[in-house]
Design a protein around this ligand. Structure first.
Ligand code: SF4
Length: 176
């Protein structure tokens, strides 16, 4: 597999930036978060951009990730990388998994601001107190990821992807 290392490096830098902000928000909202190790409510069968897919694939191959370290799922909606309710690719997990549970601010299809958070969190939080400072700006990071991916797919010579093409996370299993 030949990947564009500059796009992959830029993707990993974006991931670090997101981790930093997520850690800050987690600290700030800690009283209102029920997220804990062993809760897998957010772990769905996601699809991701090629730049993420190939970055994760490269990392897992470098770590000699063992294919048999995960179980097949009876529930087709759950992520294939869950094992005993825990993520087996935690350090390499995609961006969507790095903001689980946090208050996410984004514009919806009607071009209105919308806030989303896990139903288990913020049960006793005054929703009026959410601001652009204490929420995760999802549009900003989605745009950055979209542009990064666009660059990646134009330089990726193995398969031609369109700019809106996503790849199911579970397809990583076939490539390992
Ligand atoms: S990659 Fe990990 S954190 Fe993300 S959905 Fe799968 S098991 Fe959950």
């Amino acid at each position: 597999m030949k990947t564009n290392s500059k796009s992959i490096t830029a993707y990993r830098q974006l991931r670090d930036e997101i981790d930093k902000l997520s850690a800050k928000l987690e600290k700030e909202h800690t009283k209102h978060l029920s997220c804990k190790s062993g809760c897998d409510m957010c772990c769905m069968d996601y699809s991701i951009f090629p730049v993420e897919f190939y970055s994760i694939l490269e990392e897992l191959k470098n770590q000699n990730f063992q294919k048999n370290s995960f179980e097949s799922k009876k529930n087709g909606q759950a992520c294939v990388f869950l094992k005993n309710h825990r993520c087996t690719i935690y350090n390499s997990r995609p961006i969507i998994c790095r903001t689980h549970g946090l208050p996410l601010l984004f514009t919806n299809n009607e071009a209105e601001w919308e806030l989303s958070a896990c139903e288990l969190n913020f049960k006793e939080f005054d929703l009026e107190k959410f601001t652009s400072e204490n929420t995760f700006p999802q549009d900003k990071f989605n745009s950055k990821l979209f542009l990064l991916n666009k660059k990646f797919i134009t330089e990726f010579d193995e398969i031609k992807y369109g700019e809106f093409n996503l790849i199911p996370l579970k397809n990583l299993v076939k490539k390992l």
